[in-house]
Design a protein around this ligand. Sequence first.
Ligand code: DX5
Ligand code: ZN
Length: 235
Amino acid sequence: MIPPLRIAPSILSADFTRLGEEITRVVAAGADVIHIDVMDNHFVPNLTFGPMICQAIRPLVRVPLDVHLMASPVDALIPMFAKAGADIISFHPEAAVHVDRTLALIRDCGCRAGLVLNPATPLSWIDHVMSRLDLVLLMSVNPGFGGQAFIPETLEKARSMRRRIDAHSAAGGAPIWLEIDGGVKPDNIRAIAEAGIDTFVAGSAIFGAPDADGGYRGIVATLRNQLSAAMPRAA
Ligand code: DX5
Ligand code: ZN
């Protein structure tokens, strides 16, 4: 069986003057997940969305809302985003004091829990918390801005993380999504999938797609075509 591959547009690159329309259009075009980049001008230099935006988006679509917290401290934000309708909440271990406790808090709030690893952050952060994870998000750029170039070293990291997740599943562990974030484009998504990623965040590639090329439907179809050409991996 081929595991599901999901496309997760990051609204960071959407047109904020008509955000609702952007989200409904991108889901109608085939997006599987909506990725919400929360930046605090402290953990990362940029400043973006709070829980009110998440709450405003929630009734528009049925797909999971994937909240990526680039904020420190994180704990106080978790119940706020859960109440605002988040399905998945992930955070960076460097931004939390007690990683295990914060992961448990996310599940206690009724959400799926994820850990985000920056390009230079080692995989060993997940060693003792695998059973608390529903998602691992590998950053393929340094967090803070859309439109940056994919860091190629992330591919080897993805392969190692895939082996760890597969070993965890083989030992009876619950499924863990393996997501990538930053610089995902039609010309690299196939190689990224072949490295074992199953969930692909894409901001500028999707929201910057020209109408002349079919707009959001066109770019989502292009990304999916590339994924269907990827070497299948057993589930
Ligand atoms: C970066 C964000 C990403 C970003 C991806 O800090 O976490 O989600 O929006 O944007 P692109 O796809 O343009 O690299
Ligand atoms: Zn993100």
